[in-house]
Design a protein around this ligand. Structure first.
Ligand code: AMP
Ligand code: GLY
Length: 423
């Protein structure tokens, strides 16, 4: 088979790495890819959001399966366009991708189908939004309805912060049309976990559990990022918890989408808040989490391509996902300054030495190659990933590998996995 993976980051490197191991994969392409992905796939210079360019490339190259990494092309209808051109794709249609593309749509769906989530209101007018905040009090959470590159959620400690959030999103239009409507919701307490399931329109198969660290600095302090590290398994997601999440959240969501004429296909990522053993849905993403995808892929024992294909073809009952008993952990190395301003173009050395540590793989999240050198080319740059019998051992190996990487312009957290290790 010829496979095309769409996306530029660490998630896509991990997906390419796993797909390349499948005996059914004869040729692997990635658009646009990065310097690390170039080691396992042919990188093509088509942007991940260039829907027409991607359809053209997939048609001309006779791609058998397109695997879409990021949310933006899914929300923009890439899978619909590919299917119209007769090309199989892994990922939801634009209508199903509204689960991530419109927070209000997701919350209303939860309400219609009895899925536990934070109490909320939807507003397209700032004065009404502020009146709701006045009535509810703080802490309270203000969210842009549409996609805002992970920056559209504002946790407000008091009502003045919440009013300012409304001004920022709705009046100043910090994220353009994404903030023309907002969701305002109850502030939930507890521990977060990332729950993933493969879905074929009707059936869902859960993946093993994972957790990420969103804050930029040690001790989960500092500004929120896309994720500074992740690990699997997440001890809070016991077997019983996973069964509860499937029964109360994932299954009603998939049944609800099918019943409403927008069957969901692809990977469903439920962001959970768990308090006193009760999981509530914080957010839905219509793609693999990044960095969570990286440790998940190194724990996967069975054939990823087989499973993705079964999803795309609506026959998930024909595959079984098998996992290594080992844990896995990824530490993200980012450019100094991230998630704020940072510089690109510094040289990274020592990657080969890092990968000599047993069971370590360095996934590239934002790199490019120039004259034989690997250069930093983004905010999150590397995902140093280790597999080992326990999360603690995987953490030790990942940091041993990181200490061999010579990149003074980068930084990482030194405590990824602490929650699992402390337990
Ligand atoms: P999201 O962009 O929806 O993933 O939200 C980003 C982060 O904001 C989540 O990972 C949570 O840490 C936090 N968050 C979102 N909604 C709530 C909520 N209702 N209560 C508390 N924290 C929240
Ligand atoms: N790691 C969180 C996300 O991918 O949204």
């Amino acid at each position: 088979m010829k496979v095309l993976v769409v996306g530029p980051g660490g998630r896509e490197h991990a997906l390419c790495w796993a797909i390349a191991r499948s005996p059914r994969c004869h040729e692997l392409f990635c658009a646009p890819g990065n310097a690390g992905i170039a080691g396992v796939a042919k990188c093509v210079a088509v942007g991940a959001e260039d829907v027409d360019g991607l359809v053209r490339f997939a048609t001309e190259t006779k791609i058998d399966l397109v695997v879409v990494g990021p949310e933006a092309p899914l929300v923009a209808g890439l899978v619909d366009s590919l299917e119209r051109a007769g090309i199989r794709a892994f990922g939801p249609s634009a209508r199903a991708a509204r689960l991530e593309g419109s927070k209000g749509f997701m919350k209303d769906l939860c309400e219609r189908h009895g899925i536990p989530t934070a109490a909320f209101g939807r507003f397209d007018e700032p004065e009404a939004a502020k009146e709701f905040i006045r009535r509810k009090g703080a802490p309270i959470v203000v969210k842009a309805d549409g996609l805002a590159a992970g920056k559209g959620v504002i946790l407000c400690r008091n009502v003045n912060e919440a009013y300012a959030a409304i001004d920022h999103l709705m009046t100043e239009r910090a994220f353009g049309a994404a903030g023309d409507e907002v969701v305002i919701e109850e502030f939930l307490r507890g521990e977060e976990a990332s729950f993933f399931a493969l879905v074929d329109g009707k059936r869902a198969v859960p993946l093993v559990s994972a957790q990420d660290h969103k804050a930029a600095y040690d001790g989960d302090e500092g500004p929120n990022t896309g994720g500074m590290g992740a690990y699997t398994p997440a001890p809070i997601v016991t077997k019983e918890m996973a069964a509860t999440v499937m029964e109360n959240i994932i299954t009603p969501m998939i049944d609800g989408m099918a019943a409403e004429g927008a069957p969901y296909k692809g990977v469903l990522y439920a962001g959970l808040m768990i308090e006193d053993g009760v999981p509530k849905l914080l957010e839905v993403n219509v793609r693999f989490g990044d960095p969570e995808c990286q440790p998940l892929m190194v724990r996967l024992k069975s054939d990823l391509l087989e499973a993705l294909l079964a999803c795309a073809e609506g026959r998930l009952d024909s595959v079984e996902m098998k996992w290594f008993d080992d844990a896995a952990l990824t530490v993200v190395m980012a450019s100094q300054g991230y998630p704020g301003r940072y510089e690109k173009g510094s040289e990274i050395r020592g990657l080969d030495a890092a990968e000599q540590v047993d069971d370590v793989i360095v996934f590239h999240a934002g790199t490019r190659e120039s004259k034989g050198q690997i250069l930093a080319d983004g905010g999150r740059v590397l995902g140093v990933t280790a597999r080992a019998p326990t999360v603690a051992e995987a953490q030790k190996r990942a940091y041993e590998a990181i200490d061999r990487i010579d990149w003074p312009q980068g930084f990482c957290r030194r405590d990824i996995g602490w929650r699992a290790i402390d337990r």
